[in-house]
Ligand binder design. Structure first.
Ligand code: GLC
Ligand code: GLC
Length: 811
């Protein structure tokens, strides 16, 4: 069952009924100010960091779900309603939510009164701006009052939801004209405040939640909107809010609009005050002056459209598959820009206070946005590398505001360092910018320890070779990519964190996944070394990679697939000898991606086993059979009920590894089907089962042993976004950046006649037409550029900034 449809021309998903199976959200903000907004106008805003500078409050896991947001209550002759349906839930004659790129339009109609609320975070401003437009669609005059509403958060979101003995006494506001200033804690240490204002005369305001809503009411039943009159309350402690009321009269057919600005303002320390005790409001005035008129608002919307058209123009495809087109051309790329900004911090599943930017997460996210925003990818790499330790190991995460690494969610994940090599290689292949290798980058955020980025890569690589186990495979440390495979943890105490508990350093548990990854990044590492004249190091890497290849073939092979790991006692994990957890997806994906076993025929065998044992209609499960009991020696993975999360759920993130692996052995049909199974545009029709947004990937879909098979969770902030985009654009459609040019190497369904791609690459624009006259799955027999044949399948870098027409013929 569907709850909306894709409007491909407008690049919007249009939701046509408000009671979606889960709140379906969008992200507003492309720079420093962000809002999460659901299809019923729920959500919240923050500046830079969802934990440390939260502007508005949000209660996760609330009852009802998604209560709290930016609301416009309308009272027409005692009839109260909200255009987004929530929270009042009055029946609507019309409802629609259009989630677009960087904006959301929610439209509701009742009693012949149409209200359209359009929200965006304009480029260049630290504010969410909302235009609320009314139209009288009846033939009678209308008179009504409407009330804006936001609930301020007392800045530090964690403190805000825990430290009530202090919080209930600190809230402070100030109201001047139509502007409400939220200035809690400004007096002492903060140099920032929030404003909430409107571009029209108001009939009243409120800033005290209890006055506005009533102590025993919910958002659905607020006293002031119900009574139809503001009380001009000034908050003192408790819970400050912002609300304006405006009386509107509309002739039949008449339209009126109002522009609301919710903004973040900051003053330099020495300019905090206008005069003693009076806040310097200059930044607020400047901000508000930018959104006084509809023309200004329209211009901001146009700028947003132009911004995304420009970004997406770097890669546009036309294939015979409409769903693939809409994902590749719009939604998958868009999700990647969101994971760039958020990493795993703030979504409807990540509270914004639990996790910052992940070392491994953000380096993988790079894959999805490096072609869209290469300058920001560069900055991100340098930020991440600066948190690395001198021994090559890594903090698992850092907080975006401070950019300092921390161990809050553990440390010692031995795959982490390798992802840095992986990310840097992807960046240089896209941009050709080798100079990044020479950038001086701190260790442990200490500038006095700075070394060139190339030195960080060396220490990353050696962190693996310095930490090999009894079979010569890499030691796993706390865990590898699979955070829940905790082989050195042995936790028996309820509530203990699997990510931080360390009570059993075996020094022997090994990971075949890291081995595959080591070989996979090894070739890039050698190239990067050569770029910097480090030929001895490249030769060393070559030897180590070959050794590791052989080790995996010898001690990492189970007969029909690759083993997963060896535990703290040297026992096999992911072997047919085990009762549960006989086969895991990760090493099959990464070892084949590394090329291991392709020429020996083992890659195909491993992928056949994946097909036979892990495939489901909703995607490829992480492992089989699922663990039915807790194994203290395996850790968190066995703590999940069967077929959820890492215990054999469909962990979408690693499905594209199988897609890529399949393309490496030329099976385009299998590659395509693994791509399609988890792709949200294909699950749109079963939204009642799938539940999360049909326009973005979730992290996990419940698999075969779960009572709720096919149900997705944890949408938006997942490595799935970048990996799927990478797999479909670079391996299925096969347009793949290399150090020396752009490779054309598709692996598609043999039913396809071909496809076209426009790809910008290092300043040139390639219009690529791929034809498939012989109906093969893989192989390119000829390529011409601007009418001239070229040798091989790598388009050279012309660097002339021109458009080039490319004809590639498969066969
Ligand atoms: C989560 C983490 C990611 C990890 C994965 C598997 O998605 O963000 O870092 O690799 O889980 O455990
Ligand atoms: C949990 C999740 C895993 C995530 C980890 C890190 O254990 O199962 O997916 O990566 O937490 O926070």
């Amino acid at each position: 069952m569907k709850y909306g449809y894709f409007d491909d021309a407008a690049r919007e998903y249009v939701i046509t009924r408000p009671d979606t199976p889960y709140p379906w959200i969008n992200y507003l903000g492309e720079e420093d100010f962000f809002s999460l907004m659901s299809n019923t106008s729920g959500g919240y805003s923050f500046y830079k960091d969802a934990r440390m500078l939260r502007l508005t409050r949000y209660r996760y896991n609330n009852v009802p779900t998604d209560a709290g947001g930016k609301y416009y209550y309308i009272n027409e002759n005692g009839d109260l309603w909200t255009p987004g349906w929530m929270p009042v839930k009055a029946d609507l004659e019309k409802y629609e939510c259009r989630h677009g790129l960087g904006y959301t339009v929610i439209t509701g109609k009742r009693n012949g009164l149409l209200c359209e609320q359009t929200a965006l975070v304009p480029l260049g401003y630290t504010a969410e701006v909302t235009r609320v437009k009314f139209r009288n669609e009846t033939d009678k005059k209308k008179e009504f009052t409407f009330f804006s509403f936001v609930e301020f958060c007392l800045w530090n979101a964690l403190d805000d939801m825990t430290n009530f003995q202090r919080n209930f006494s600190i809230g402070e506001v100030e109201v001047i004209g139509t502007t409400i200033y939220h200035k809690t804690e400004y007096r002492e240490r903060r140099n920032h405040y929030a404003v909430f204002s409107v571009n029209a005369n108001i009939d009243g305001f409120d800033t005290d939640r209890e006055t506005f809503i009533g102590l025993y009411n919910g958002f659905d039943d607020p006293d002031v909107p119900k009574a139809g009159k503001s009380r001009n309350s000034i908050a003192s402690g408790w819970a400050p809010i912002g609300s304006h009321s405006i009386k509107v009269k509309l002739e039949p057919g008449e339209e009126k609009s109002f522009i609301f600005v919710l903004g973040y303002c900051e003053n330099p320390e020495d300019q905090k005050w206008e005069c003693p005790g009076v806040i310097n409001k200059a930044p607020a005035q400047k901000l508000l002056a930018a959104f006084r008129t509809d023309e200004q608002f329209e211009a901001a919307m146009q700028a947003m459209h132009a911004y995304f058209e420009e970004q997406l123009s770097n890669y546009q495809a036309k294939t015979p598959d409409e769903k693939m087109n809409r994902m590749v051309n719009t939604w998958n790329q868009y999700q990647c820009t969101v994971t760039y900004h958020m990493s795993r911090s703030a979504s409807y599943f990540e509270s914004g206070i639990g996790r910052g930017m992940g070392f491994r997460d953000s380096t993988q996210d790079l894959l999805g946005f490096v072609h869209i925003i290469p300058e920001l990818a560069r900055e991100r790499i340098l930020d991440i590398a600066a948190t690395q330790m001198e021994d090559g190991s890594a903090y698992h995460q850092y907080q975006p505001l401070t950019k300092k690494g921390n161990n809050d969610i553990g440390s010692g994940f031995n795959d982490d360092p390798l992802w840095l090599i992986f990310g840097v290689a992807a960046y240089i292949k896209e941009t050709g910018d080798e100079s990044i290798l020479d950038e001086m980058v701190a260790y442990d955020c200490d500038a006095s320890k700075a070394k060139p980025l190339s030195d960080h890569l060396i220490r990353s690589f050696h962190h693996v070779t310095d930490n090999l186990g009894p079979h010569g495979l890499p030691l796993i440390g706390r865990a590898d990519w699979n955070d829940c495979l905790n082989l050195n943890c042995f936790s028996k105490t309820p509530g203990e964190s699997f990510q931080t508990t360390a009570n059993f350093e075996s020094g022997v548990a090994e990971s075949v996944f890291i081995a595959g990854m080591f070989v996979a990044v090894g070739e890039d590492y050698q190239q990067l070394c050569k770029m910097r004249g480090l030929d001895d190091e490249a030769a060393f890497a070559d030897v180590e990679c070959k050794k590791m290849y052989d080790t995996v073939m010898k001690d990492g092979w189970d007969g029909k697939w690759f083993l997963r790991a060896y535990d703290a006692f040297g026992n096999k994990i992911g072997s047919h000898e085990n009762r549960d957890g006989q086969i895991f997806i990760e090493p099959q994906g990464f070892c084949v991606m590394a090329g291991i076993g392709i020429k020996e025929g083992r890659a195909k065998e491993a992928l056949d086993s994946v097909r036979d044992l892990l495939d489901t209609p909703y995607g490829v499960s992480l492992l089989w059979p699922t663990y039915k009991e807790y194994h203290v020696e395996l850790g968190e993975i066995t703590s999940y009920p069967p077929s959820y999360k890492e215990n054999g759920g469909i962990f979408c993130h690693n499905n594209p590894w199988i897609t890529i692996a399949e393309t490496m052995i030329g099976r385009g049909d299998r590659a395509l089907s693994t791509y399609q199974h988890i792709c949200p545009a294909y699950t749109e029709d079963i939204s009642e089962r799938h539940r999360t947004e049909p326009y973005v990937y979730p992290q996990m879909i419940a698999s075969v042993d779960a009572p709720r098979q096919g149900e997705a969770k944890n949408s938006w902030l997942t490595g799935t976004a970048s990996w799927t985009l990478y797999s479909v654009t670079q391996y299925i459609l096969g347009i793949r950046p290399q150090y020396n040019g752009l490779m054309i190497d598709p692996c598609i369904s043999d039913k396809w006649d071909g496809f076209t791609i426009t790809r910008k690459f290092r300043g040139d624009t390639f219009h690529i037409t791929v034809t498939n006259p012989d109906h093969v799955m893989k192989g390119v027999k000829s390529i011409t550029v601007d009418g001239k044949a070229i040798e091989g399948n790598v388009l050279p870098v012309y660097g002339d900034g021109k458009e080039h027409n490319v004809q590639a013929v498969m066969g």
